[in-house]
Design a protein around this ligand. Structure first.
Ligand code: HEM
Length: 419
């Protein structure tokens, strides 16, 4: 008998805003229809891939499952606008839209910066940022944790590695929020001509990053900004302006909202399970495992799209050349074939083979930065919080790609830092 799951539940942003990630649907699909054809009124059709093992397999075969066509399932309007030209984004291609061997050449430009050894240099900066954000809360009160903490901390960390001055940070945040306003109406401006706005915002962004590039060419430092500004490709040629801008942008955009949503999702899980937060407070050495569980639990990157370069047979379904699939990481991260009690949030979980950062060719370049950032923040909280409790209902962003909390209202009492 054919399984009846409404494909809109998997892809329409509004549904994520109302009900969060569709875990009930995914649980059924993993069991009964792991390769599920989704046709909706407003989105291009795609196969939903929901099992951990299948995502591992597909991610290991970039020669068949291509990124060239981009990582997002497009709605009809986006698909129609695809051809539009005239913004600095049009010629821009980033590593998430490339296949090997080109992808490997471009990834190499920055991969040296993102190794655990090199990221270690950021320990102090990241710990300082975590402390400053918590300090700003004062000793007691109420706030929206997303606005005050989750979005500020990754902004500080990314701005530091990308050479954005602290006094430009606020504008960069505004620009990215407006440019990549997702589908959430609360994050867009009413009555705006989106195309014109994107062109204008894009030009401002481009000018800002150009300034940084020029500065780092004249005065290189020990940061990613300098590495990108002075990058040479395998053929010895300098990286072109569109690629350089694209790199800045992908690092910033791939790094900011994802880390923000992981931190908010983790905090929300701790609020619902105070015993897990107590466990972390008493055992700060669990912080590494806790962060892996936070990423598994929240899975901020809900899916990635791939396009078939040849016909593929999987679980009795034929996926044709040119069709798309979506690998739902958030579903794989609740797969009971891999995780014991997948619906328990357990900061002692080990091993934790989650796919929150993807796997294979495009494995998240910034995973160590994300881990370091989230860990520093949860450690600072665990160290200083006297009281942390919900001060209202959380709400979710209307987005099905980078997913998570829009607001998490909290009431708190916090000790001053001691060292
Ligand atoms: C908790 C936070 C984060 C999550 C959950 C996350 C998740 C992901 C996922 C799922 C992918 C695609 C993997 C694939 O297709 O197999 C990815 C790619 C990427 N991420 Fe992250 N990410 C996070 C933070 C960051 C940060 C902080 C940075 C930069 C500092 C970053 C930079 C990138 C880049 C550049 C790519 C593209 C890599 C490529 O195509 O080779 N991410 N990320």
């Amino acid at each position: 008998m054919a399984i009846e799951i409404d494909p809109n539940d998997l892809i329409v942003p509004r549904n994520y805003g109302v009900g969060g990630q569709p875990h009930d649907a995914w649980t059924r699909l993993r069991k009964e229809a792991p390769v599920y054809w989704c046709e909706t009124e407003d989105y291009e059709p795609f196969f939903a891939i929901t099992r951990h093992a299948d995502i591992m397999d597909i991610s290991g075969k970039p020669q068949i499952f291509s990124n060239l066509d981009g990582p997002i399932i497009l709605d009809n309007v986006q698909a129609a606008n695809r051809e539009a030209e005239g913004t600095p984004f049009d010629q821009m291609r980033t590593i998430i839209q490339m296949d090997p061997p080109e992808h490997r050449d471009f990834r190499k430009v920055a991969s040296g910066f993102f190794t655990p050894r090199n990221i270690h240099h950021l320990d102090e900066i990241v710990a300082r940022s975590a402390r400053q954000q918590i300090d700003k809360l004062g000793e007691e009160g109420e706030c929206d944790f997303v606005e005050k903490i989750s979005q500020r901390h990754p902004l500080r960390v990314l701005s530091t590695i990308l050479g954005i001055d602290p006094d430009q940070e606020e504008r960069v945040l505004e620009l990215t929020q407006q440019l990549f306003a997702s589908d959430d109406p609360d994050l867009q401006r009413e009555g705006e001509d989106r195309e014109a706005a994107i062109r204008e915002l894009g030009l401002e962004f481009f000018a800002l990053f150009n300034g940084i590039v020029e500065d780092r060419r004249a005065n290189p430092r020990d940061d990613l900004a300098s590495m990108l500004a002075n990058a040479k490709m395998a053929d010895g040629e300098a990286m072109g302006p569109a690629e350089t801008f694209g790199y800045y942008l992908i690092v910033f955009t791939a790094g900011h909202d994802t880390t923000r949503n992981a931190i908010s999702g983790g905090l929300s899980a701790f609020l619902e399970r105070p015993e897990q937060f107590d466990l972390l407070r008493k055992n700060p050495e669990l912080s590494k495992k806790a962060v892996e569980e936070v990423v598994r639990w929240s899975s901020p990157v809900n899916y990635m799209r791939r396009t078939m370069l040849e016909d593929v047979e999987l679980h009795g379904q034929t996926m044709r050349k040119g069709q798309h699939l979506a690998m739902f990481y958030a579903s794989a991260n609740r797969d009971d074939a891999v995780f014991d009690k997948p619906f328990d949030f357990d900061i002692t979980r080990h091993p934790n083979r989650h796919l929150g950062f993807g796997t294979g060719e495009h494995f998240c370049l910034g995973a160590h930065v994300a881990r370091l950032s989230a860990r520093a923040l949860f450690l600072e909280l665990a160290n200083r919080v006297e009281l942390l409790e919900p001060a209202g209902d959380p709400s979710m962003i209307e987005s099905s790609f980078v997913v998570g909390h829009k607001a998490v209202p909290v009431r708190y009492e916090i000790r001053p830092a001691t060292n």
